[in-house]
Design a protein around this ligand. Structure first.
Ligand code: HXC
Length: 514
């Protein structure tokens, strides 16, 4: 065959594969408001950067009528490209081909690109849109999932792993996203659950829709499985691109440095936190008053909103912010907020991202619900994560820091490198009211006017302990600063810690309270 006709053959073969599941299946995908696998990859990556591999892979199944079925690319698209110039490896399940179901060769394509990403130390982005294990391929598809989970775990903490749920992700398939660092969902498109509505109906006799069971909102607001929620696929891709700008390619690098920019003047740090310790405010305004260009990229915004986590930059360098949110439940720590912050701290630590913690909380949430939900175990994750983290750790106590909350929120005792407190900081075992009621109980009950006596004792306690100076006198706080000095102090702290070495005794690994 002449070269020309060989090239024509290649072009013809390519054309066929690029149709995916064909016109009808593509139209069905579009009718569901979904892009096709290749459209998604192209929309996500830099223009003309996508290089696809394994186009001509075919399945090898022979049972249940599979022997004469053609499944283009075996229902998954893999390749490499870039996002704002950062190299990335990608796979995107193609729902138009056998419902994106995962057979043996489909899994091999995914594991091939996962191995590639790990070997090249570049981020992996997986777009999930699949009916799950390919039923006709039996144990081979289960083996495929196992191979994926193993690689997710192996790569964890070495390369960033990002999961995008753009269709069904059901049964055991959910565990690959759950093992990755960030999960993105899109309203009305993402569906994630272990057992679907049909199984629930047959086992429990309950009717429930896919949306109610595991739609995007469920995972963004209730379960915390999703880290980012978008209204459309295109918005979701913008979020992924933004995330990539904040994180390094792998754990041996730093995130890309940007041109430093001062925060926007509308965020005046001296006017955000009210004097009265009971008055709420939005701690995100404090972060925006500190971060370069007031740019704060929040993670898990809709879940456990009593703690705020996300990325910003200080002097051009990515920093992970962790802050109690007095606007929601006074910023208390509970089961979910401890989980949320602990995982983020471990992410930042694994990827060389310094931590900046803003403290204003009344402590851990009391009550039988929390105790029985395991607040001891979950709360311990936060202590573990901060203690273990060896990246530079900077803490600013804005206002209240009571009890266990004071210790847990990156205190000196858990080896924060720099601890600053504002003049209005109150550092004590508990709030003045509770404290006075306990330690002056006798005086209060025996007084001619107990209310008057309580007020007096509360004031006495406040005067003595509810300030930053007792902690500062012991060196637990490095310096008490005015709010307006905070950014300058943080920039200096960051500069001084750029060569930080935190020695730890050698061990295989610790046993965190998972
Ligand atoms: C083989 C599958 C498939 C599967 C879908 N298809 N899921 N083929 N194995 N798991 C095929 C359909 O037969 C159909 O093929 C095409 O994909 C499109 O599917 P539709 O049903 O027409 O699409 P839709 O109506 O949108 O419904 C989507 C769906 C449904 C809700 C995902 O297909 C579904 O319920 N699929 C089965 C889900 C499931 O139970 N999976 C196994 C989970 S167990 P044709 O040829 O007609 O176009 C599991 C265990 C993993 O995953 C354990 C790992 C540890």
């Amino acid at each position: 065959m002449a070269l020309k006709s060989k090239i024509e053959e290649l072009q013809k073969r390519k054309e066929e594969v690029l149709q995916g599941g064909g016109e009808q299946a593509n139209a069905k995908q579009a009718a569901m408001g979904k892009l096709t696998a290749r459209e998604r990859v192209i929309a996500l990556l830099d223009e003309d950067s996508f290089h696809e591999y394994d186009l001509f892979v075919e399945h090898e199944a022979r049972d249940f009528g599979m022997d004469n079925k053609v499944l283009h690319g075996d229902g998954v698209v893999i390749g490499t490209g870039s996002v704002y110039g950062a190299p990335v490896a990608v796979f995107a399940q193609d729902f138009t081909v056998a419902g994106g179901s995962l057979g043996m060769m489909h899994a091999r394509k995914i594991t091939k690109i996962m191995d590639y990403a790990l070997r090249m130390r570049i981020p992996l982005i997986g777009i999930n849109d699949s009916g799950g294990a390919r039923i006709q391929e039996g144990v081979n598809s289960l083996a495929g999932y196992g191979e994926i989970f193993w690689r997710n775990t192996l790569s964890s903490g070495i390369i960033p792993q990002i999961s995008v749920i753009l269709g069904p992700c059901a049964g055991g398939a959910v565990y690959s996203p759950a093992l990755t660092d960030f999960v993105f969902v899109v309203d009305k498109i993402s569906k994630m659950f272990i057992t679907g509505p049909e199984v629930i109906k047959s086992v429990l006799g309950e009717e429930i829709s896919q949306e109610e069971l595991g739609g995007a909102r469920v995972h963004a607001e209730i379960t915390g499985n999703a880290h980012f929620f978008a209204e459309s696929e295109i918005e979701c891709f913008e979020q992924i691109k933004k995330l990539i700008t904040f994180i390094p390619w792998n754990n041996s690098r730093k995130a890309r440095r940007f041109e430093p920019k001062e925060p926007k003047p509308e965020y005046n740090i001296s006017n955000i936190v009210p004097n009265d310790a009971k008055q709420p405010y939005d701690v995100r305004d404090v972060i925006k008053a500190l971060a370069d260009d007031s740019d704060f990229f929040e993670i898990q915004e809709l879940w456990a909103a009593n703690i705020v986590i996300g990325f910003g930059r200080l002097n051009g360098e990515t920093v992970g912010f962790v802050a109690n949110q007095p606007l929601v439940m006074a910023g208390v720590l509970d089961v979910d907020s401890s989980d949320k912050a602990a995982r983020f701290i471990r992410y930042c630590d694994a990827f060389n991202i310094p931590l900046c913690t803003l403290v204003d909380l009344p402590g851990y949430l009391p009550g039988i619900d929390q105790e029985h939900a395991g607040v001891i175990r979950h709360g311990a994750k936060l202590l573990y994560a901060y203690s273990e983290a060896s990246v530079p750790k900077m803490t600013v106590i804005l206002r209240k820091a009571y009890g266990g909350g004071y210790i847990a929120m990156s205190s000196r005792h858990l080896r924060a490198d720099f601890v600053f407190a504002w003049p209005g900081a109150e550092i004590a075992v508990m709030g003045p009211e509770g404290a006075a009621n306990i330690i002056f109980r006798k005086e209060i009950t025996e007084a001619a006017n107990p209310d008057e006596m309580r007020r007096k004792k509360v004031e006495e306690y406040k005067e003595k302990f509810a300030n930053p100076y007792v902690a500062a006198s012991k060196g637990y706080i490095d310096t008490v600063i005015e709010p307006k000095e905070t950014r300058k102090q943080l920039l200096h702290a960051l500069e001084v810690s750029s060569t930080k070495i935190a020695d730890r005794p050698a061990k295989k690994h610790g046993i965190p309270p998972f």
